[in-house]
Design a protein around this ligand. Structure first.
Ligand SMILES: [Zn+2]
Ligand SMILES: [Zn+2]
Length: 264
């Protein structure tokens, strides 16, 4: 192991992850919360105005998380250069069918890992140590996308590096997954529902998690643990959505219902 190279790669990745976070979260914060002529005003999920102090805290934890994500990322990059991972550069190595299938397979496995680790972190003994930082954003903003306690960031950062060791993935597919992951993390905490009504009431909304779904998790704590798909939540009866938002049953401009504190 070349420790100097690893350190340089970690520092470079940290800068890239941080820039990606500030660019995407900054854009959605400006477009949704700052722009006075925001066309999505009617899709606001809350009447709460997040205080500046909360936003600063979300940014602080997200910066720490970005540094943590950079370490396994750099280990993977170094290993990739040595040819030790299952990341490949030539599509013909596994063909187009695998190229197209690998993305949903990666997303489903990541979602499964997220669902179960998330549920464990809601255990009353683990929650205060690992997960309460994330839930201190009762009404999150786009800046909460990476707002996790370092232990939670570390748990979250492990799965993709393990997967790229064993499951072949084209480098461009992996990049798409990383960008999608960042956009989903940020938009699902944006406080605004971004998917159009037709999608929400149709096939995509029935299976794909959007802001309204995850916002409810921050309000209620005891439902909607998934990351990308509603599959595990539906299967294990922890899925809530349609009955909670008026705009999903026709009337726009309705805030989320709020209820209890940490469940289990
Ligand atoms: Zn969240
Ligand atoms: Zn949670």
């Amino acid at each position: 192991m070349n420790w100097t190279a690893l350190l340089v790669t970690t520092a470079a990745l940290f800068a890239i992850i941080l820039a990606r976070y500030f660019l995407i979260a900054g854009f959605f914060f400006w477009a949704l919360w700052k722009r006075t002529d925001n066309p999505l005003h009617g899709r606001k999920l809350t009447r709460i105005v997040p205080p500046k102090q909360l936003i600063r805290r979300e940014m602080g934890w997200s910066i720490v998380a970005s540094a943590i994500y950079a370490v396994p990322g750099a280990i993977v990059l170094e290993a990739w250069q040595r040819g030790d991972t299952a990341i490949y550069g030539n599509i013909n190595d596994y063909g187009w069918t695998w190229y197209l299938a690998s993305v949903p397979i990666y997303l489903f496995l990541h979602d499964t890992y997220f669902y179960w680790t998330h549920r464990v972190m809601h255990h009353r003994r683990i929650f205060p140590v690992m997960h309460s930082v994330h839930h201190s954003s009762r009404q999150p903003t786009p800046w909460a996308g990476f707002s996790f306690h370092p232990t939670e960031s570390l748990i979250g950062a492990l799965i993709l590096p393990v997967m790229v060791w064993f499951i072949p993935i084209h480098v461009s597919a992996l990049l798409c997954i990383l960008i999608l992951m960042t956009i989903v993390s940020i938009t699902n905490h944006s406080g605004f529902e971004l998917l159009p009504d037709g999608w929400l009431r149709g096939l995509p909304g029935r299976h794909w998690i959007s802001a309204a779904h995850h916002n409810l998790h921050h309000q209620r704590y005891d439902c909607n643990y998934g990351l990308y798909f509603r599959f595990w939540d539906r299967l294990l009866d922890t899925d809530r959505l349609e009955t909670e938002y008026d705009f999903l049953s026709e009337t726009p401009d309705a805030p989320a219902t709020s209820s209890s504190g940490p469940g289990g």
